[in-house]
Design a protein around this ligand. Structure first.
Ligand code: BJ2
Ligand code: ZN
Length: 642
């Protein structure tokens, strides 16, 4: 493309006077030439993006200064490629071109960070990004004695298993201290540079640019409506869980009318509460629905967990993972080097290499994450023969929803029993409520978090939130939407947003909120295709070729059409709706409403819990010893003062 395409166009005497602007409109009206140029572009793009992805993979699976520099160089190189493609795409006057040619050319005119004109600034942004990612990934919390803990698996295990208020606070605060403050200066510069890039792409700021991927003007209104529709369900779950935690931790730490302390919900960010299922289980005598003990007892390793997931995709007639996938993926945490442990899925753009990188722990959480990541790979495999510009989700939320949709079937107790991951399952009302509670702790608890992450960032990018109030505004949203509160007061010396991977790693988040709506729409459609009748919560599409085909046909479209069309293809409906999610949870909604009859829903935002004691107790004695020593010393000084 680079050389040949430009020469062809220049020979035709066509010249664009504003080569660097995305709005540059060329004069070549010959669609055949445009199609030919796009084909040439595609071949070169596969090579260019393959090269830069290899460099990122090498860095993320072995964080060294050398790999960091190689990745930055590769990113700068691929940015130059994208810029040149934009210039050449802009030489065409698309007015009378077909929908498809127009769509492909238009996509090439928006080029993300590569739009930054100034090379120094582009390099600076890449440096800032690499620094934030590596500091997050290398973050450790060190006890007074004993080994330092990283997020995965050490701190994550404490957050999920410990029921000690002070210990949980130690891990929660320690993690934020380890990766928060050191990210703030970089983040400020990141915001400036991302806005420069987005303005160069023709948007008011980077938040607007991110929103543009959803292609509909009223996107934020649609989200707000969905959120409003679902918030009563969240409030009910919140009130019920708060009561249970009150019974455990007491009135020093929990108010029945206040927000819940953020560190006791089983997860570092309170985004999924599944790990405290044992504390809030509705019917204690009904059969267990936690597969972690079985995974451990049966000696599962990462590969075996991945195999179970792969087998499920295969059972639907969908594509299985490839030999290259198994040979090159990193599915266990290496102990000889620093890596980015946060799980991710990779498309190397060459139609051959697709990989997952995950520091798999033998838990139910990670078992579900495997399905999530494999869902991405499935999408990549289904659309790999489309032009590179179309290799993406119908919108980013679609990409996030694939694996989760399948996991809705996999998580049903009947399915887990069938594959040997649960010992015994009951089939009665109490078991249904227990099961739905486990799903709600994951899916419903997530909704406000999925919504607020980018509410915060949109406001940061448009300047409504400034660095002077980064953390205060963060906590305002966390309390307003999630009804949670930090265990101890926070200030602007803290920078808590940076303790969540997607903030330092520059990954938009609203996609996960969208996915939590879509996955229930997809699930319902696939269940109907599989001939399922009765309650949606019981549906398992295992082995259904019809369900697999319905999903696969939609995935094959990639982003070649606007998302309402893809949604229509799978559900017959062009709009996002919360109805399937509400149908799925209906028995639990009624149950929660009954449980909460004497309860006050919602929370007084100003309430704060008492300070937790110092942890560990050795630190208490060390602390107390030093206090006593100072007192004695001070008295001696006073006593012997001449
Ligand atoms: C565990 C999961 C992401 C994901 C990773 C890291 C960021 C992007 C990718 C992309 C995929 C793609 C994750 C799961 C649900 C909630 C959220 C969380 N990791 N990413 N390359 N999750 O989405 O898989 O793999 O093609 O866009 O972050 O908060 O844990
Ligand atoms: Zn994902």
């Amino acid at each position: 493309m680079a050389v040949r395409g430009s020469i062809v166009l220049l020979l035709l005497g066509i010249f664009c006077y504003l080569p660097s602007s995305s709005r540059c409109q060329g004069t070549n009206t010959n669609e055949t030439q445009a199609i030919q140029w796009l084909a040439e572009y595609n071949e070169l793009a596969m090579k260019a993006y393959f090269e830069s992805t290899v460099a990122s993979w090498s860095y993320q699976t072995d964080i060294t200064d050398q790999n960091e520099q190689a990745m930055i160089d590769a990113n700068v190189k691929v940015a130059a490629f994208a810029k040149e493609a934009r210039t050449n795409a802009s030489l065409f006057d698309m007015t009378n071109f077909s929908y498809d040619t127009k769509r492909q050319l238009s996509k090439l005119k928006t080029i993300g960070d590569a739009a930054i004109e100034d090379q120094d600034k582009l390099e600076e942004l890449n440096n800032v990004l690499a620094g934030m990612e590596s500091r997050y990934s290398k973050g450790k919390v060190c006890p007074e004695d004993g080994e330092c803990l990283s997020l995965e698996p050490g701190l994550t295990r404490i957050m999920s298993k410990s029921r000690n208020y002070a210990e949980l606070n130690w891990a929660w605060q320690g993690w934020r201290e380890a990766v928060g403050p050191s990210a703030k200066e970089d983040y400020k510069r990141y915001v400036e540079l991302k806005n420069i890039a987005s303005v160069a792409n023709g948007y008011a700021n980077n938040g607007d640019y991110w929103k543009s991927w959803y292609e509909v003007d009223d996107f934020t209104d649609q989200l707000e409506n969905l959120y409003q529709e679902l918030s009563p369900l969240y409030d009910n779950l919140h009130a019920y869980v708060r009561r249970k935690l009150y019974d455990i931790y007491g009135s020093d730490y929990i108010s029945l009318k206040g927000p819940i302390p953020a560190h006791i919900l089983g997860n570092m960010w309170s985004q999924s509460w599944l790990n405290i299922l044992d504390l809030v289980l509705p019917y204690k005598d009904a059969s267990s629905i936690d597969v972690t003990p079985v995974l451990v007892r049966e000696g599962y390793d990462a590969r075996r967990m991945f195999n179970v997931s792969d087998e499920f995709f295969g059972s639907l007639g969908l594509k299985k993972m490839t030999p290259e996938f198994w040979a090159e993926s990193m599915i266990e945490k290496p102990d000889d080097r620093e890596v980015v442990c946060h799980a991710s899925a990779w498309d190397f753009s060459n139609q051959i290499d697709f990989r997952i990188k995950q520091c798999t722990d033998i838990t139910m959480d990670d078992f579900i994450t495997i399905h999530h990541e494999m869902g991405h790979i499935e999408y990549y495999l289904q659309y790999k023969d489309l032009p590179v510009v179309y290799r993406g989700g119908a919108n980013p939320g679609f990409h996030e929803a694939v694996g989760d949709t399948l996991a809705l079937s996999v998580s049903t107790p009947k399915h887990l029993k069938a594959v040997g991951l649960l010992d015994e399952v009951q089939d009665d009302y109490e078991a249904d409520i227990n099961f739905l509670m486990s799903m709600a702790l994951d899916k419903i608890a997530f909704l406000p978090f999925g919504y607020l992450m980018d509410k915060w960032r949109w406001a940061v990018f448009d300047g409504t939130i400034t660095p002077e109030n980064f953390n205060a505004e963060w906590w305002k949203l966390r309390t307003q939407y999630q009804g949670i509160v930090p265990p101890t007061p926070r200030t602007e010396a803290n920078f808590d947003p940076a303790a969540k991977y997607h903030i330092p790693s520059d990954t938009p988040y609203i996609r996960y909120f969208v996915s939590h709506i879509l996955q229930f729409q997809f699930h319902k459609a696939m269940c109907e295709a599989a001939g399922h009748t009765g309650d949606l919560l019981k549906c398992d599409v295992y082995n259904s070729q019809e369900a697999g085909k319905l999903l696969g046909d939609m995935l094959k479209m990639g982003e070649s059409k606007e998302w309402p069309e893809a949604l229509e293809k799978i559900t017959g409906n062009r709009t996002m709706t919360a109805q399937p999610l509400l149908d799925y949870f209906q028995p639990l909604i009624s149950w929660l409403e009954e449980q909460n009859s004497g309860e006050q829903l919602g929370w007084a935002e100003a309430w704060t819990p008492n300070e937790p004691p110092v942890w560990p107790s050795s630190a208490i004695s060390a602390h107390q010893t030093s206090v006593w020593a100072s007192v004695v010393l001070a008295s001696l000084v006073i006593f012997f003062k001449p």
